[in-house]
Write a protein that binds this ligand. Structure first.
Ligand SMILES: [Zn+2]
Ligand SMILES: [Zn+2]
Length: 144
């Protein structure tokens, strides 16, 4: 499954002017393998032994390129550094307040909120965002 999605992302890049490099491929592969919404720093740390000449800035720039092409989403929560999500379909995030882990959560029923908001306010609604906060399974168990 992850491999198919990775291949789709690689194909999407091929249709743009963006050149596929070994670094870019490794970053994409990490995003799809980990499914963990990593920061640029997380990716850098995971790949630095493989690419000694790569800097955090390089990773960040490549993530920006992916974002502009539409194969990666940038998440900004609070003032911590951006996290990157390779799942670009609509979904919500459950965020652990203790360790910062982010887990995907699907709840299509919430789209009705947009329709309701339009009815009540007369706005043309484009988007909404919701985050759920709590303690993940590991953190929950540690506090007991
Ligand atoms: Zn946690
Ligand atoms: Zn996500």
């Amino acid at each position: 499954m992850a491999n198919e999605q990775l291949q789709e992302a690689v194909n999407a890049l091929k249709n743009t002017k963006v050149r596929m490099t070994p670094q870019r491929h490794a970053i994409l592969e990490y995003l799809y393998d980990s499914m963990s919404h990593p920061t640029a720093d997380d990716i850098y740390k995971a790949l630095e032994s493989k690419f000694p000449n790569m800097s955090v800035a390089t990773v960040y720039n490549n993530l920006r390129v992916f974002k502009n092409v539409g194969i990666v989403r940038e998440l900004t929560y609070g003032d911590s550094s951006s996290r990157f999500d390779c799942v670009t379909t609509d979904h919500y995030h459950v965020i652990c307040s203790d360790c910062g882990k982010i887990v995907d959560f699907h709840y299509p029923g919430l789209d009705e909120v947009e329709t309701l908001a339009e009815h009540v306010t007369g706005f043309k609604v484009h988007d909404h965002r919701m985050e759920i906060y709590g303690s993940c399974q590991e953190c929950k168990n540690m506090s007991h």
